[in-house]
Write a protein that binds this ligand. Sequence first.
Ligand code: GRF
Length: 214
Amino acid sequence: MKIAVMVSGGGTNLQAIIDSIADGRITNTEICLVYSNNPNAYAIERARKAGVPYVVKSPKEFENRSDFNDALLQILQDAAPDLIVLAGCLVVIPEQVVKAFPNRIINIHPSLIPSFCGTGYYGLKVHEKALERGVRVSGATVHFVDEGTDTGPIILQKPVMIRQDDTPEVLQKRIMEQAEWKILPMAIDFIANNRVTVKDHRVIIEGYDPDALF
Ligand code: GRF
C-alpha cells in the first residue's frame, strides 16, 4: 500500500510511521509522499533524512483558497496513494479531496473523540480544554476523515491518565508517547493488511484485540 502523509509541524507522528515501517510494525506499506503546507516544518527534515519524497505547498502561494485546493488535489492525485494519513496537518482538507479519497483518509486527534474535538480543537488547545474541564482521562483517536471536522468513523482509541500537575505541554507529550505514536502506526498496518472495513459509520477490524494496545 502506498501512503501519503500530510504534516504541518514537528512530525513526530511521521517519524513513528517511518520507524514502524523500518522495524516491521507496519507491513506492506511505503510512503509515496510527505506533503507539508509549512516550509519550516521539521517534519520535512525527517522526510529528507528518511529519503522519502516530499512536497511543500503553502496556501499563501495562491491568490485564493479554491486555487490552492485544486493544486492540493492535483499533488495528491499525482502521488496516487492508497491511503492519506493526516499526521498533525493543520490544513482544512477540502471537500473535493475527501470526495476523491472516500474512507481512504485517516487522521490522528489528541483526545478521546467525541470529547475535545471539532472546529477550534487543535494543537495545545485540545489539552488546555481537557485540563480546564478537569477530566481524569484523555487520550488519542485515529479516525477516517469525512466532510465534517473529527466526525468520521473511529478506527482506534487509546486512553491516557491525566495527572493533577499536568500542564497542556506535559499532557500533550504524554498523549503522543503513550497513545499517538502507537495507535497511528497500528491503524496503518491494519489498513495495509486489509483488516479494516466500515459499515454504517462503524469500523470493524478483523482480529481486533484491545489488549494489544497496552
Ligand atoms: C499531534 O498532537 C496530533 O495528534 C495533532 O497534531 C500533533 C502533531 O504532532 N493532530 P507531530 O507533528 O506529529 O509531532
